[in-house]
Design a protein around this ligand. Structure first.
Ligand code: PLP
Length: 451
């Protein structure tokens, strides 16, 4: 029964990213099981998981192959570490698989337990790299406003979310934020192409301001996810790549969301033709079945790190956890053998994108955009004008998100942007249902806002 579960949850469980006061008054949603793209709550409601959990359940919920691989590994070697020159078969196999699947320049991976740990690892790797090359003053990392790179002190500092910085006095020193390529909100009268160039050139201006001899790296998601599915104009990434190369700055592509098929390629940077130096990964690596992350390291960087004298004094008890590795291997096998990544590029991606784009005709929608299988709707008072609701930013989004859940669809609200990122195995019929539920949700929200 739901009521006692909610009471126990409210009494003892501190939730991430939740307003605890209102949560305790209203009670949490209790999700009890899931299969494919569908969740079931403790009252027996079926809900379409339009967010693939937290952008991670790429192969869908409840795949028995992963459960069986995990159970078998538990029986064989449930835990051992990878410190002090030790290894084990699942971590060896997974590292080899990742080297096969990643772009040719990437043949090395350092394992972590999450995306946040991966970005902390990036920070230390980048600094170690420049120290090894006897440029220890290169320590500053340039990141972007409104980015999300995790919740540890380093991750939340690399991220550019003002509410996260407010709590705990972040960012930590040595991190500088520049603009995000968010044409809808910040493009003004510029065309998307002009704005993409302008946003990228902020990187060069920041390097000039800080000093090239002090800047170690630039980090960004190929498509900013939690910030609102910010799809960069096509001029953006080539300009960023040019600047990083010319100014001797490492390029870090945070692939935690975009990796493992979300954009119809194994890695999001491949979609944009970027050749990064480091790629933090997590989420779709195991489709969220067990916690695991990592940093993929390009050979030219690994060569420096491997030849540094002394240990890389960094690692986690669960770096390369054998059971998490077994889950990741089973997950990657499904993605590869069922050609799920190709399906996003050639079939279900274009299919849902077309239907999603048509939502721009709704009176509440100022823009409907989607790339691969991640999309956003910009809610506005009078479509098609690029003008936001006056006053309470985020009110329309919250109303829309709540209607969505009541209508049986998980959508996320980022201020007044509605976000989706469904499992990559979503069928055509489920994609139709996702669009139908979105339309109903927009109608309900419009009626409420114009009441
Ligand atoms: N990087 C990106 C781009 C993310 O979206 C996230 C999580 O949403 C993270 C890093 C942090 O990953 P984790 O929650 O596994 O620590």
């Amino acid at each position: 029964p739901t009521a006692p579960l909610r009471a126990l949850d409210a009494a003892h469980h501190l939730h991430p990213f939740s307003d605890m006061k209102s949560l305790n008054a209203e009670g949490s949603r209790v999700i009890v099981r899931a299969k494919g793209c569908w969740l079931e709550d403790s009252d027996g409601n079926r809900i379409l998981d339009g967010m693939a959990g937290l952008w991670c359940v790429n192969v869908g919920h409840g795949r028995p192959e992963i459960a069986e691989a995990v159970a078998a590994q538990m029986g064989e070697l449930s835990y051992y570490n990878t410190f002090f020159k030790t290894t084990h078969p699942p971590v060896i196999k997974l590292a080899g698989m990742l080297a096969d699947l990643a772009p040719p320049a990437f043949n090395h991976v350092f394992f972590t337990g999450s995306g946040s740990e991966s970005n902390d690892t990036v920070m230390r790797m980048v600094r170690t790299y420049w120290q090894t090359l006897e440029k220890p003053e290169k320590t500053v990392i340039i990141a972007r406003k409104n980015a999300y790179h995790g919740s540890t002190m380093a991750g939340a500092s690399l991220g550019g979310m003002a509410p996260m910085h407010k709590q705990g006095g972040l960012p930590i020193p040595g991190i500088h934020h520049i603009a995000q390529p968010y044409w809808f909100d910040e493009g003004g009268d510029l065309s998307p192409a002009e704005f993409g160039l302008k946003a990228a050139q902020e990187l060069e201006a920041a390097i000039d301001e800080i000093g090239e001899d002090k800047v170690a790296a630039f980090i960004a998601e190929p498509v900013q996810g939690a910030g609102g599915v910010i799809i960069p104009p096509e001029t953006y990434w080539p300009e960023i790549a040019r600047i990083c190369k010319e100014r001797e700055i490492l390029l870090v592509a945070d692939e935690v969301i975009c990796g493992f098929g979300r954009l119809g390629k194994w890695f999001g940077s491949e979609h944009f033709g970027i050749e990064p130096d480091l790629m933090p990964i997590a989420k779709g690596l195991s489709s969220g079945y067990l916690p695991i992350g990592g940093v993929m390291v390009a050979d030219r960087i690994a060569d420096v790190l491997v030849n540094a004298t002394g240990d890389f004094n960094h690692g986690f008890t669960y770096s390369g956890h054998p059971v998490a590795c077994a889950a990741a291997i089973a997950n990657l096998t499904i993605l590869r053998d069922e050609k799920i990544v190709e399906r996003v590029a050639d079939d279900i991606g274009p299919y849902l994108q077309k239907k999603w784009a048509a939502l721009a005709g709704h009176p509440l929608v100022g823009e409907a955009r989607m790339i691969g299988l991640m999309g956003a709707l910009e809610l506005v008072p009078s479509s098609p004008a690029r003008r936001r609701f006056a006053g309470d930013a985020g009110r329309a989004g919250t109303i829309c998100r709540d209607f969505s859940f009541r209508n049986g669809l998980v959508m996320r609200a980022v201020r007044d942007s509605m976000i989706i990122s469904p499992p990559l195995v979503i069928t055509h019929a489920e994609a139709d249902e996702l669009v139908r539920l979105t339309e109903k949700t927009l109608d309900d929200t419009h009626a409420e806002l114009t009441r």
